[in-house]
Design a protein. Structure first.
Length: 278
């Protein structure tokens, strides 16, 4: 079941990223992210009050807050890199954030089997290729460094979410949103602006935020299920760029370059190989 929840997290992350990208055509990335996460915070707060998960200790809150802060930092670096560089350079680098928790998992003693390793490598290569890498032309160092920073922040976000979810996926996701929303509310008060978002836009932004929230919850649930290593869950949960570009193809009619088509195929093959592990 851990594999199923990890794949569900990729599907929902990819979907929310796609519609979030559409929303940024009308509003700033900060406005879309802030409003969507604020709406999601309300939803997860209600869910936490209704479910009232029982946990011992407060270590989950530390992991959750750190994950929320890393997530915001990763988004800021990523969007800044996209504004200063090209998507074909920035996106493939940012998609390699999965290497961070995979490396941490190895350092913690995880030793996946040979077949699982094959699936992990194939899936990671697929995700990078699906992001549409550009290998020609001059590349400015600043967006590259920002993309590397975003990959590191995103990777640590997944690791911290994994750790906190061992106590409670729901409370960890609540703590993540509490931390990130605090930052956005503080910024709104300082700037005296809510990003120009109107009431008619709120339901759509709320749907984007709930989608992202669900993805985090699915990933946390996958992380908590016994038998699924950090490396495997992380890689399967990091296939979301594939879903995003498939939606762009289906809804917007965007054409996939051959390298992207190969990436999608490799990502799916890698996921299938991983699912075959005992």
């Amino acid at each position: 079941m851990g594999i199923v929840f990890a794949l569900l997290s990729s599907l929902t992350w990819g979907t929310s990223d796609f519609f979030g990208g559409l929303a940024t055509r009308a509003r700033s990335a900060a406005a879309v992210t802030g409003w969507s996460q604020a709406c999601a915070f309300v939803v997860v707060s209600v869910a936490a009050l209704l479910v009232r998960p029982e946990v011992s200790g407060w270590s989950w809150l530390v992991y959750a807050a750190a994950a929320g802060l890393c997530g915001v930092a990763g988004l800021l670096c990523f969007y800044t890199a996209l504004a200063q560089g090209t998507m074909g350079v920035v996106s493939p680098i940012a998609s390699m954030g999965a290497l961070v928790p995979v490396g941490i998992g190895l350092a913690m003693g995880e030793r996946p089997g040979a077949v699982t390793w094959l699936g992990v490598v194939v899936a990671l290569v697929g995700v990078v290729l699906a992001s549409g890498p550009e290998l020609s032309g001059a590349v400015s160092p600043r967006p590259v460094l920002l993309a590397v920073a975003s990959a590191l922040f995103f990777g640590f976000t997944l690791f911290l979410l994994n750790r906190g979810a061992q106590a409670s996926p729901l409370l960890t996701v609540w703590g993540m949103r509490a931390a990130s929303v605090t930052i956005f509310v503080g910024a709104a008060l300082v700037l005296r602006s809510v990003g120009g978002v109107g009431t008619r836009e709120v339901p759509g932004l709320a749907a984007i935020g709930v989608g992202d929230l669900a993805a985090n919850f699915f990933f946390g649930t996958a992380s908590r299920i016994a038998g699924d290593s950090l490396a495997v869950v992380t890689v399967l949960g990091s296939l979301y760029p594939v879903m995003t570009i498939l939606l762009a193809r289906a809804i917007l009619g965007e054409r996939l370059r051959r390298v992207q088509q190969a990436g999608v195929l490799l990502a799916l093959v890698g996921a299938a190989v991983i699912s075959l592990r005992p």
